[in-house]
Ligand binder design. Structure first.
Ligand SMILES: [Zn+2]
Length: 272
């Protein structure tokens, strides 16, 4: 029975990943070949490998702190207790176990001991399960980023694609080897048609951009003129237009995105 489960594990893992990916593509409206990690970030999910790592480490924390039945806590002697030369980091480390086979090397206990010993002292000595989980996610850079987006429809779908880095813009298609031309078809002088070019520089959308900048100027900084707003920091402005900003309130971010949706619609750059 157990050998059947081990044999089926890779198939189940592939199937699980496929289902997860399909769900991400359907819910975001992303283009089918969009990078998996980028998709998961958009829907604030971890890749399965990271999710398993979090689960394993959390379980080991529970074992260490007797938050599981006694028979599971028998591995606790693996923790160092060097009282002669007390060192917090060493004290919390686990004794590594040697293995002769790959399967045993990748088993729960051995893999988790390796991961545990690479954690920071702050994590290993966390005083509660909740703080351990919070610090672990922070350590793995998994703190969920707030996505300021709502509504549905064509403009939102394009907006998400721009955020994912794969839309009909030539630079995006070029990076995915879907075209040989990464330059703007309208602007002279081989200007790369990036997200920044589309929102901030492209001469084709000047009129629509003026409308956009006038609208967002009142949200971001009413005291400066739109030329200053555009030239101040184009990369930063372009980033705010697709990701929003934590420095603004939720309502302001949503208003900002409404303005961006208007620009996307009027520019007519993306086919429906
Ligand atoms: Zn252009």
């Amino acid at each position: 029975m157990s050998s059947t489960i081990i044999a089926l594990a890779p198939i189940l893992q592939t199937l699980n990943m496929y289902m997860q990916r399909r769900a991400c593509i359907i819910s975001t409206g992303a283009i089918r070949v969009t990078k998996h990690v980028t998709l998961l970030k958009e829907v604030v999910l971890e890749i399965l490998k990271t999710r398993r790592q979090i689960y394993r480490l959390t379980y080991l924390y529970k074992i260490k702190n007797h938050l599981v039945p006694d028979y599971l806590c028998n591995v606790y002697p693996l923790f160092h207790h060097n009282t002669e030369n007390y060192n917090l980091r060493r004290h919390a480390n686990l004794i590594p176990i040697r293995s002769r086979t790959v399967a045993y090397y990748n088993s729960f206990l051995l893999a988790t001991i390796r991961d545990w010993n690479s954690l920071s002292a702050e994590l290993i000595t966390a005083t509660s399960l909740a703080s351990f989980k919070r610090l672990l996610k922070k350590n793995l850079n998994l703190c969920s980023k707030k996505i300021y987006s709502r509504g549905h429809g064509y403009e939102k779908k394009i907006h998400i694609r721009l955020r994912l880095g794969l839309s009909a813009l030539n630079d995006h298609l070029y990076k995915y080897n879907l075209t040989l031309n990464r330059f703007c078809d309208f602007c002279p002088g081989n200007r790369i048609e990036s997200t920044e070019h589309y929102f901030i520089h492209c001469a084709r959308y000047t009129n629509y951009r003026i409308t956009l900048l006038l609208r967002i100027k009142n949200l971001l900084c009413p005291d400066i003129n739109i030329a200053m707003l555009r030239d101040l920091c184009p990369i930063y402005l372009s980033k705010i237009l697709i990701e929003g900003s934590d420095d603004l309130s939720d309502d302001t971010n949503l208003e900002l995105f409404e303005c961006v949706f208007g620009f996307i619609e009027s520019s007519n750059r993306f086919s429906r």
